[in-house]
Write a protein that binds this ligand. Structure first.
Ligand SMILES: [Fe+2]
Ligand SMILES: [Fe+2]
Length: 322
């Protein structure tokens, strides 16, 4: 099984990524960045690929330039598909299907290793296992918040939902797994990246769904809001349905860490309740650390593993249904 994962040619860009996900921030600043969470479709790559000279007349590599414009096209295509296909009905269906948790049974650590394999297999530019990136985030937070052990574990597990890309989890297309998320059932906020593509989404023309509040009462709480389907919501379902004892702030981080319109642009605050506003403070702290998740700080996995296994034991059952 080979799953192709896009990586920036320019490693300086990597540190600007706010998440393992494709970040809308990168798009708006024209620093187009893909990372380990973003799967580049093979057909897009192969259909546009051509052999270029290594160095142009200015001494720059053509390959970097081409890679950059290819990435821009790929990212835009990604959001076009995402915005057209993520409808209220689609998300309802996915939540129902994946809420059954009948795909696999495994521990949290086994899932870390599974995700590790996938990214390792597929990523020619990633010179460290994916688990190190998860641990880099976790260890960075641990250093600054030594007493918040729940936050260390949250950092470790927040991206595990990306296993949705694997055939054994249904092999979902990238637009249903990664990228920024947004609410359904109410108007698409202008701050959502590549907003123009929503015009081809049936919900855009549905008068029940295309007003500011749509189907939701004022300050109803995000828990009652349907958010576009991806690795965030899936991992939230897995954690909650398996009876995790992690605090609500942890579940909030897992569930909304790709919800950039909320935590970066401040959109949709009219749907938040008091608890959401409290939890948002932790999400903003978390996101700062996720930014550095691809730093070059090497982590000795075997050395820190016992600590994280003890946290997993504290907050999760030995085996989870996925
Ligand atoms: Fe992440
Ligand atoms: Fe993520």
């Amino acid at each position: 099984m080979t799953i192709l994962i896009g990586q920036p040619a320019d490693h300086q860009l990597v540190s600007q990524v706010e998440d393992q996900n494709l970040s809308s921030k990168a798009i708006e600043t024209n620093e187009l960045v893909l990372d380990g969470g973003f799967v580049v479709p093979k057909d897009i790559i192969s259909s546009n690929e051509f052999i270029a000279p290594e160095i142009n007349s200015f001494g720059h590599t053509f390959r970097d330039y081409n890679a950059e414009s290819e990435r821009q096209k790929t990212v835009e295509e990604f959001y076009r598909l995402n915005h057209i296909n993520q409808t209220y009905d689609f998300v309802k269906k996915m939540r129902e299907e994946y809420g059954k948790l009948d795909k696999v049974e495994m521990s949290i650590w086994e899932c870390c290793e599974l995700l590790n394999e996938v990214v390792d297999d597929s990523d020619p530019d990633l010179d460290e296992p994916q688990i190190e990136h998860l641990l880099q985030t976790a260890e960075a937070i641990r250093k600054d918040y030594p007493d918040e052990d729940w936050l260390h574990l949250t950092a470790l597990i927040h991206d595990l939902g990306k296993v949705l890309l694997l055939p054994s989890f249904g092999g979902l297309p990238q637009w249903a797994v990664v990228g920024d998320t947004h609410p359904l059932g109410c108007a698409f906020d202008e701050s959502i990246v590549h907003h123009k593509y929503f015009k081809d989404n049936p919900d855009f023309h549905n008068s029940d769904y295309n007003t500011k509040y749509g189907i939701y009462p004022k300050e109803c709480g995000l828990d009652n809001v349907v958010i576009s389907w991806g690795h965030d919501d899936y991992m939230y379902l897995v954690a909650k349905e398996n009876g995790t004892t992690l605090p609500s702030a942890a579940l909030f981080i897992i569930r909304y860490h790709s919800f950039y319109p909320l935590h970066r642009s401040g959109a949709y605050t009219h749907l938040m309740n008091k608890e959401d506003r409290e939890n948002l403070k932790w999400l903003k702290i978390f996101n700062k650390y996720d930014l550095y998740s691809k730093s070059k700080v090497r982590i000795d996995v075997e050395k820190v593993k016992p600590y994280y296994l003890s946290l997993i034991e504290k907050y999760f059952p030995a085996k989870l249904r996925w």
